[in-house]
Design a protein around this ligand. Sequence first.
Ligand code: BDR
Ligand code: CA
Length: 310
Amino acid sequence: MLIDCDPGVDDAIALLTAMSRADLVGITTVNGNVGIEHTTHNALAIAQIAGVDVPVHRGAARPLIAPTIDASYVHGATGLGSVELPSVSRDIDSDDAVGFILDMARSVDDLHLVAVGPFTNIALALRRDPTLPQRLAGFTIMGGAAGPGNVTSTAEFNVWADPEAAAMVFNEFPMLTMVGLDVTHKVLLGPIERDRLRAARTPSSLFAAALLDHAVTVVGEIRGWVGAPIHDASAVMAVLRPDLFSGRSHPVSVELSGSLTRGMTVVDQRVGGRDGTDEAPPNAHVLFDALVDDVVTEIVNAVIDLQAQD
Ligand code: BDR
Ligand code: CA
């Protein structure tokens, strides 16, 4: 697995989950929840806390065309709430995330690419090598929604932050798995999970508990929910345990121009078009549901197991 991300509270828990349960060949970073310097520093810090030596490559500092926006109102000014980070003892492996993604796609058999930030790096990779989709065993994104958005009434953050990049991705990948808000808003981690993590007392589980404290407080305040969606960890779990999720394949396009709908993923859920022939072929397997308790337990167990004593 290779994860392209913008840590980000939920990205951090996704990375811990992947470091525990997947063969993670690298992390690439992108501007998104916060600026690229913070997302990259956070990725290095997360790997260090986990005690995992994984390559980290810095990627795009700004969207392709759209103005830069962030989600510091959710993730805090530096991206990981007010959670204290260790001083980072290593540097990035390169500032060419796109080159690294393409190298890995060429050299690693069965590589699954998981993109959980704005899709700028992936779009740039497609531009540099349009054969990228054929070189991957799978491509899963956290992004989009068939139903309501979370940044605007119609747009989800990762798509909205760089809609032109997202449009390239949906246009040029023949098939991807879309882990959007339809499913991630059902998989909530709350005080019970936080307490389990804290009780396990490993560096990663204590760190994840502190992140959950932040997520539960902030999202609780915004939405009035008891738990918080840890979107990106659901995307990682959807790769590791597809049996815990269900969805349908549909044609999906990204709206670029609507004044109310820019950044919307338009999921064509018609059963046959007007005359049964005018639908585009499906390009996305859109997840709608999950065995929520199992997914939540798997995420928490993965984080605990990462550094659990034998
Ligand atoms: C997505 O946006 C970001 O804020 C999160 O990290 C997640 O990837 C949810 O809309
Ligand atoms: Ca993210």
